[in-house]
Design a protein around this ligand. Structure first.
Ligand code: UFG
Length: 325
């Protein structure tokens, strides 16, 4: 039995491919390499192609005896999704439905989906529990929520069991620094802090210093990418024993503010983080952090690492891979 990982050459995908291999599973990756890196696979089996290619996916699933799919392949920039909405609907929703169609046709039984805490929008309360009604505030978030709904209905009508994992703020890199985040395309805080510290970009803009938080800056639940990867292994373990479809948060349950991220980075790197304060970024909520108890109860998963390990591994990765892969 093989696990097909779409988008396995991407940031979270590549860490998951590694964890799946370590769990003893046979893995094959399907990635277009549009944004992924073959180096990130560390030798895992790669098929270069599109998730929307029905013939390719059915053939691959049949030939490799694929029982489970872990689906990462998607565009992930919130800002770009607002300027190119149809590109996101087409790739993230159209691509996913084509993939699911092929999966069902080829007899795949289990599906793990890379969703996002972005589906909650600005949550009405924290910690965020899964029963909060999703209120996407971007096209990106909407596409994640739409695919969750498709999976729910295909579960109902075709029996495909799935786990949708709503990630909070993924960050960090592998502990041996073999793989990490390609920072050329990111707008997320941690890689930007690293880049600014290394003098590879202008100073960090701290978006807002008047939020109702302990130091006035935005608070988020940063989760180590290795913990996220292990969450996918646990999701497959869960499905492997025949359990029903599930949607759950992957977060730590603890928030860190932008200034806390800055000061911890200064301590770890021994360098100042050049930064300036600017206005709030439109659409940013003040505080978002997960209630991770459902994942702990149902999957037996909880985050092992905190902000310290996230920033330590991010710093080691970025300072040794200043130009990415
Ligand atoms: N921030 C800055 N300056 C920057 C970038 C970010 O101050 O240059 C601040 C933001 O205002 C926010 C925090 O750092 O308070 C984190 O911002 P990110 O852009 O890193 O992350 P978001 O919380 O906005 O969103 C991220 C992903 C989404 C995902 C979500 C899940 O980008 O795709 O986490 O919680 F859905």
């Amino acid at each position: 039995m093989t696990v097909l990982v779409t988008g396995g050459a991407g940031y979270i995908g590549s860490h998951t491919v590694r964890s799946l291999g370590e769990s003893g599973r046979e893995v094959v990756v399907l990635d277009s390499l549009e944004t992924g890196h073959s180096e990130a696979l560390l030798g895992a089996d790669l098929v270069v192609g599109e998730i929307a290619d029905f013939d390719l996916v059915t053939k691959l699933c049949r030939e490799r005896n694929v029982r489970s799919i872990v689906h990462f392949a998607a565009y992930k920039s919130v800002g770009e999704s607002m300027s190119h909405p149809l590109r996101y609907f087409s790739n993230n929703v159209g691509g996913s439905t084509a993939l699911i169609d092929a999966a069902v046709a080829a007899g795949v039984e289990q599906f793990v989906f890379s969703s996002s805490a972005a589906v909650y929008g600005s949550p009405a309360r924290v910690p965020v529990t899964e029963d909060l009604l999703p209120r996407p505030e971007s096209v990106y978030a909407e596409t994640k929520w739409m695919v969750e709904r498709v999976l729910s209905w295909i579960g109902e009508t075709r029996g495909l069991r799935s786990v949708c994992l709503r990630y909070f703020n993924a960050a960090g890199a592998s502990f041996d620094s073999a793989i990490g985040e390609d920072w050329s395309v990111t707008t997320n805080l941690v890689p930007i802090v690293m880049k600014a510290t290394l003098g590879k970009r202008p100073p960090l803009e701290v978006f807002g210093s008047d939020y109702p938080t302990r130091d006035g800056t935005g608070e988020r639940d940063y989760i180590h990418v290795v913990d996220l990867a292990e969450g996918h292994v646990k999701a497959l373990d869960y499905l492997d024993v025949g359990k029903p479809s599930l949607t759950c948060n992957l977060g730590t349950g603890k928030g860190s503010t932008v200034l806390e991220v800055l000061s911890a980075t200064e301590r770890i790197s021994g360098c100042g983080v050049p930064h300036v304060f600017s206005a709030r970024r439109a659409g940013d909520p003040a505080v978002v952090f997960a209630d991770p108890s459902l994942a702990e109860r149902e999957l037996g998963w909880r985050a092992r690492y905190g902000i310290e390990e996230i920033l330590q591994t991010a710093w080691t990765w970025h300072s040794t891979h200043v130009d990415g892969y």
